[in-house]
Design a protein around this ligand. Structure first.
Ligand code: ATP
Ligand code: LTN
Length: 332
């Protein structure tokens, strides 16, 4: 008997080098979910075009991110890993879905409101219909689960609304996806302002640890990480956000609870905690750095892997696109 595994789909923008926040909040879950789900993971390069970028930098970020996803453990035997623009069905599906998405619905999207405030000189229509492309990504693969951070919940909800609208009009074309949000604790905070989330586009590089930071860079950033003047190591996110963030990072690296981490460091000072976090992070990231370097050292091979991923993804996406076209009355 063949047991069909449920499918998960998620995407990440090539908008810079991911941080340990992206890793612990998203990528690590994608890797762990592979045991249970048939994973489809995507470098969403077309989404990244909603903000002006240097073409050379974007091309470099796409390759880096693809190599990184392989390096952290997205396994091509259990998952499909591809670059969005390599599968034309995404753009085609987006147009079809845009005819079933209301203007007023897009106006309510908080990410659109935030990003148009952040880039007032470039409020393009791509930014406005960004969620329709995201809906196309998800619906093309019949995804049941979409692992994302809390900031993306609204986009999965609108995807469900669009899918339900089409299904109600034309019969069961789409699978309805569910957002899968990791329990709290997966939120890594800025090292310089531990009341805000760590963000790869933070203007201050000292605020985040990138997945390609060297041991020396990690040590230097942690030395400057904001703590408090109390001097005792306790896990108390409300009153001691900086120290609690460091304990959180340590526990995620070591696979222990924050209470266990607190027990290890309760007798020492902040210096000892920062040294141990440096050690733990470097041990987690060094193998990733090495693997990424291997992939990037052979670009023809990396491009061949991308092509294979795109072929695998296209085969599935094209069947769902054809199913929708037929339901709508478009001729084959
Ligand atoms: P940008 O700064 O370019 O807007 P970002 O760092 O916020 O990006 P995204 O590329 O938008 O990250 O997100 C990729 C995934 O990583 C999302 O699922 C998001 O929820 C998750 N993520 C991002 N930052 C953190 C963080 N500090 N802690 C936990 N998860 C995070
Ligand atoms: N909007 C998401 C990236 C993204 C995505 C997707 C996530 C694009 N398409 C499909 C899940 C499923 C972000 O900004 N993190």
């Amino acid at each position: 008997m063949i047991i069909m595994r449920r499918r998960s789909f998620s995407g990440i923008q090539p908008s810079g080098i991911p941080t340990i926040g992206n890793y612990f909040g998203a990528l690590r879950h994608w890797v762990n979910m592979q045991d249970e789900y048939d994973g489809v993971y995507c470098v969403v390069d077309m989404h990244a075009l909603t903000i002006r970028r240097s073409p050379q930098e974007l091309a470099g970020n796409i390759r880096y991110l693809y190599a990184l996803l392989r390096a952290v453990g997205i396994d091509p035997d259990r998952s499909t890993l591809f670059v969005q623009s390599h599968v034309p069905a995404h753009a085609q599906m987006m147009w079809l879905l845009s005819c079933y998405t209301m203007y007023g619905e897009m106006l309510r999207m908080t990410q659109f409101k935030d990003k148009s405030k952040k880039h007032p000189d470039n409020v393009n229509t791509g930014l406005f219909i960004y969620p329709v492309l995201q809906a196309a990504d998800i619906l093309l693969y019949d995804a049941h689960a979409v692992p994302i951070g809390a900031d993306q919940k609204q986009h999965v909800e609108i995807t469900r609304d669009i899918a339900e609208r089409v299904n109600a009009l034309y019969g069961p074309v789409f699978t309805l996806p569910e957002p899968l949000i990791p329990p709290v604790g997966g939120k890594i905070l800025s090292l310089l302002d531990p009341t805000r989330k760590m963000d790869k586009s933070d203007p201050l590089p000292g605020a985040y640890i990138s997945l390609d930071d060297s041991r020396a860079a990690i040590a230097q950033k942690l030395k400057r990480a904001v703590t408090d003047s109390e001097g005792s190591v306790r896990y108390d996110p409300e009153h001691k956000p900086g120290v609690s963030n460091l304990l959180g990072i340590y526990s995620l690296c070591e696979g222990i609870t924050t209470r266990e981490a607190e027990g290890i460091f309760s007798q020492g000072g902040y210096g000892a905690l920062k040294d141990a976090v440096t050690e733990a992070l470097d041990a987690t990231l060094a193998p990733v750095r090495e693997k990424v370097a291997c992939y990037l050292a052979d670009l023809p091979q990396l491009d061949a892997l991308m092509r294979e991923g795109a072929e695998k993804a296209s085969a599935y996406a094209d069947t769902v696109l054809r199913k929708l076209c037929a339901a709508l009355g478009l001729l084959p």
